[in-house]
Design a protein around this ligand. Structure first.
Ligand SMILES: Cc1ncc(COP(=O)(O)O)c(C=O)c1O
Length: 386
């Protein structure tokens, strides 16, 4: 048995051919594949505007820049989180506040946000970054009510949530920015679709979109050109980065996006296969996504362990599974645990985040994971835990 990773991309011949074809285009960056990918993405998620960028982290930075974030602004985000949203806000020197989370899903809930605002006596909040941990959409309707009450911007970190919907009855998709100002996606190989490295920002706000375009390309403002008039001249109106994604990556993105529904469907089946095989383990294992796999992008399969019933710790379980060639992960180590951000830790404030962190692991889930591998993983889990 080979090592089973916890996530892996799926690249087929159509993807390879799409990249090969794009490499023979005249322009291999800032060419037609970029706009094709952006237009296709907008259609797929139901947003007015989509902007490709070099990765999800760049997307988060672009969102902060487009919103005009500076050192006077307050940004709130969950403590169970990938470090990118925190790092980028810290880079801008914004005033960052972390919330506690739901102990099962690791997600920030509206009540966690309200508590953070109250305890820290926050008056003016610039932006709240919501993260759909695992691919399960957060309670955006409630966050939207708070947005209207407190007048803050919402950025959705949807790096896990491409393919997710906000509710079962309607087809409102994550990425449509129905409840937010901007939504960010990552196309890292472990995500639901990949461009190697890559990202996308969606919005319905034209002004924000124009700012995203500006900040993606060094803060350069260029006059519109046509075949009669060659506009070589340009102005720089802000300092910024080169956060562009090239054409062959965008061609791969288009080819991958065509397969998104198939990818998500298989992930949903995998969740069911795990649940069936582990149904006798309810005493020890809880699935955090409960009955939400129909709206979830099923990016991660996080389980919560009932450590009181178990003879081994979460860390021991991870090493024992690894001895059996099964790779797992923890999503995520709370941000306040890292040495650089320890100073923000508040005693007794993040109790749920700590509980979630201690008891959760992510099991392997990806399009190519075979049913016989799921059988093996579940068998090993049962043997080790029991
Ligand atoms: C929740 C979340 N946010 C942001 C990012 C950053 O994306 P990228 O790796 O494309 O920069 C990731 C990727 O790992 C992520 O999982």
């Amino acid at each position: 048995m080979k090592i089973i990773p916890y996530g892996r991309q799926h690249i087929d011949n159509n993807d390879i051919n799409a990249v090969r074809k794009a490499l023979s285009n005249k322009l291999i960056t800032t060419g037609k594949e970029v706009t094709r990918f952006e237009d296709f993405f907008s259609k797929k998620v139901g947003a007015k505007y989509s902007l490709t960028c070099s990765n999800g982290t760049a997307g988060l930075m672009l969102a902060y820049l487009a919103l005009g974030t500076n050192e006077k602004n307050v940004i709130i985000m969950p403590s169970i989180n990938f470090i990118a949203s925190y790092n980028m806000a810290d880079f801008i020197k914004a005033k960052i506040y972390l919330t506690d989370v739901d102990p099962k899903s690791g997600q920030m809930r509206p009540k966690d946000l309200k508590r953070c605002i109250k305890v820290n006596k926050l008056k003016k909040i610039s932006t709240v970054v919501v993260m759909h941990n695992g691919g399960i959409p957060c309670d955006m309707k409630e966050f939207f009510k708070l947005k209207n009450k407190f007048k803050f911007n919402i950025i959705e970190d949807a790096c896990h949530a491409l393919g997710a919907k906000y509710d079962i009855s309607k087809s409102h998709k994550v990425g449509s920015c129905r409840y937010s100002d901007l939504t960010i996606f990552s196309f890292h190989p472990l995500k639901n679709i990949t461009t190697g490295e890559g990202g996308m920002v969606t919005t319905n706000n034209k002004k924000l979109f124009e700012k995203l375009i500006l900040f993606r390309n060094h803060g350069i403002l260029r006059a519109k050109t046509n075949y009669k008039k060659y506009a070589w001249n340009y102005n720089v109106i802000s300092s910024s980065f080169n956060f562009r994604l090239n054409d062959f990556q965008c061609a791969l993105g288009i080819s991958q996006l065509k397969k998104l529904d198939k990818f998500v469907k298989r992930r949903r089946e995998i969740v069911k296969e795990y649940k069936n095989r582990l149904s006798s383990m309810k005493e020890y294992i809880n699935f955090t996504d409960q009955n939400k796999e129909k709206i979830s992008a099923n990016h991660l399969l996080v389980i919560n362990l009932n450590l009181k019933k178990m003879k081994i710790s979460r860390d021991q379980l991870i090493s024992k599974l690894f001895q059996k060639k099964i790779t797992t992960q923890v999503h995520y180590i709370p941000i306040f645990k890292f040495s650089i951000y320890k100073k923000f830790y508040k005693k007794n404030f993040f109790l749920n985040a700590l509980e979630y962190f201690k008891s959760s692991i992510s099991l392997p889930i990806y399009y190519n994971l075979k049913t016989k591998e799921i059988d093996y993983i579940c068998l090993q889990l049962k043997k080790i835990i029991k």
